[in-house]
Design a binder for this molecule. Structure first.
Ligand code: ADP
Length: 521
């Protein structure tokens, strides 16, 4: 068993031989033997022994104590002195330099072994104490830094929140008064003035939403942001976002084309967050493009049911060394140029935070003078058990691949919502506005499931359900009641009338889809 790597610094060959034997007998490893100071320093630095046995009175100009000091300037190694004298002043000086003790010659084997062991234990103990102290010191430093960071972050969030309040108030006035002027209540405005009013109004609204987003960012940082997932019709969505840049696009004669992979009609995401991400990327693409050039927005499926958005421009591009930095706050590649173009250097920092809040990833592929392609990959199932609300811009598709469903509701907006959801899921929809129409359509069009509002004019949903159940063909058809209140009484009523199940209004996509899954084959 090796219990320590020992180096000897001793000029007397007999003593060296004696020590060597003791070391071998007790299982130590000898790293080297030096008889002069210089050689000792060189060997120690090279071999890094666990302990040096150092003769105090060395041949040559430099004694053992000075040699020990020089070695310790280079590396921390315990040194056990060997001395033929019990000269107190000399030993005191030695102890001051290195406090691992000494052993007076002549010594027995067991004396040396004990002294070496003591020195090694002491060294180990000190090492442990030192690292404990370092750990303690670092912990204190970290705690301090942490609380400072927390304080700064809270301060930043407070500042953002009060700033956005201050900004919102005058903006609301701008939006409100332009709205009022547009109604022409206080006198007519000509066409040009109307156009200007609309531009002021639109810009005000955009600014307002930017401010809200800034506030969202501070909430993201504080970890309290609420992501609201919705099913977003992606083509419509991109058209709307691109439309916001109509003026800049026209001024620069830029052609923006959108390529959405045929398999992607919808994405599940937070509409506001996704909109801001695309706005930021598109605004940069326009800003850093030459006149009369192209911008392509592409949406493709990515790995593990993710969706990849890409905004590609053919503009000035970004040098390799800047590509990571541009995602940091306030970083601009060329401060003068980029500020002149109307930038603050915060857009991409916000964008990457927004992307992270959706559990996504962002990156850029670029070549100077050839252009840049910023990409964002968003997972389609961030979190679990997400109940998504219907995006209002959902397109009613012409496909009708699924089941034939009769929807009865006299309220237009409720009806539209349900029809939208069903259409998105590829069902064929029949519509009725009252109980009588339900029965007529059921008989003529033979639906596979009926969604029926209970309160309708002419004939109520309950009445219509009872009547349908009395017709043999409709004994088994699933009839799902749409109830405004989910209290026991109304549920009991609709079950007694013959309804199969019920859904509470306002209807949620997930609930409706679950019901359809349950009752449609
Ligand atoms: P800014 O408000 O200055 O546009 P961003 O954070 O959005 O701030 O972008 C940071 C910097 O990254 C920009 O100042 C610009 O130098 C560079 N950059 C961003 N997008 C592009 C792009 N599409 N083409 C070239 N450079 C870009």
């Amino acid at each position: 068993m090796q219990i320590g790597r020992i180096m000897i610094v001793e000029d007397d060959p007999h003593t060296v031989r004696y020590i060597k034997k003791i070391l071998v007998d007790y299982g130590y490893t000898l790293t080297s033997v030096a008889s002069l100071s210089e050689e000792a320093i060189k060997n120690a630095t090279r071999d890094r022994p666990d302990l040096i046995l150092m003769d105090i009175m060395l041949d040559g100009e430099i004694d053992g104590i000075e040699t020990a000091r020089r070695i310790n300037e280079r590396l921390r190694v315990p040194i056990l002195y060997l001395t033929a004298y019990s000269d107190d002043t000399l030993l005191a000086k030695a102890r001051e330099t290195l406090p691992y003790g000494y052993i007076i010659k002549p010594f027995t084997a067991i004396d040396l072994h004990a002294a070496i062991l003591m020195a090694l234990y002491k060294a180990k103990d000190e090492l442990l104490k030192r690292s404990d102290a370092e750990v303690d010191e670092n912990t204190v430093k970290l705690r301090k830094a942490n609380s400072l960071l927390e304080e700064l972050s809270a301060h930043k969030s407070r500042m953002l929140s009060s700033m956005s309040h201050e900004l919102r108030t005058p903006l609301n006035a701008i939006i409100g008064y332009t709205d009022l002027l547009r109604t022409e209540f206080y006198g007519s405005v000509n066409e040009k003035q109307m156009n200007y009013l609309e531009t002021i109004n639109e810009s005000g609204k955009h600014l307002l939403s930017l401010i809200s987003d800034l506030l969202d960012i501070s909430r993201i940082d504080a970890g309290v942001s609420a992501i609201e997932l919705a099913q977003i019709s992606i083509r419509d969505f991109i058209t709307t976002v691109t439309g916001m840049f109509a003026v800049q696009i026209a001024q620069k004669k830029i052609r923006v084309s959108t390529h959405v992979h045929p398999s992607i009609d919808f994405v599940i995401s937070d509409r506001k967050v996704l909109r801001q991400i695309l706005i930021n990327l598109l605004s940069n693409a326009i800003k850093f493009s030459e006149e009369d050039s192209d911008i392509e927005i592409t949406v493709t499926p990515s790995e593990e049911s993710s969706v990849k958005f890409e905004v590609r421009d053919y503009g000035i591009g970004i040098k390799e060394e800047d590509r990571d930095k541009i995602f940091s706050e306030f970083y601009q590649v060329d401060r003068v140029r980029d500020s002149e173009l109307g930038g603050t250097g915060i857009g991409l920092a916000l964008t990457s935070r927004l992307v992270k809040s959706l559990d996504g990833e962002i990156g850029v592929v670029s070549e100077t003078q050839k252009g840049s392609a910023f990409w964002v990959v968003l997972p389609q199932e961030p979190g679990q058990d997400v109940e998504v609300g219907l995006d209002q811009s959902v397109m009613i598709s012409a496909r009708a691949l699924g089941n034939r469903i009769l929807v009865a509701d006299d309220n237009e907006s409720n009806l539209k919502l349900i029809v939208d959801i069903l259409t998105v899921h590829g069902h064929e929809i029949l519509i009725a506005k009252n109980g009588e129409e339900v029965i007529e359509k059921a008989i003529t069009d033979n639906p596979e499931l009926i969604l029926i509002d209970l309160r309708m004019p002419v004939m109520s949903g309950l009445e219509a359900t009872k009547k349908l159940r009395s017709i043999p063909e409709f004994k088994k058809i699933p009839i799902i009641a749409l109830t405004a209140s989910a209290d026991d009484e109304s549920i009991k009523n609709c079950m007694e009338a013959g309804c199969t199940d019920h859904i509470a209004k306002p209807v949620k996509i997930a609930t409706l889809v679950n019901i359809l899954d349950r009752y449609l084959t």
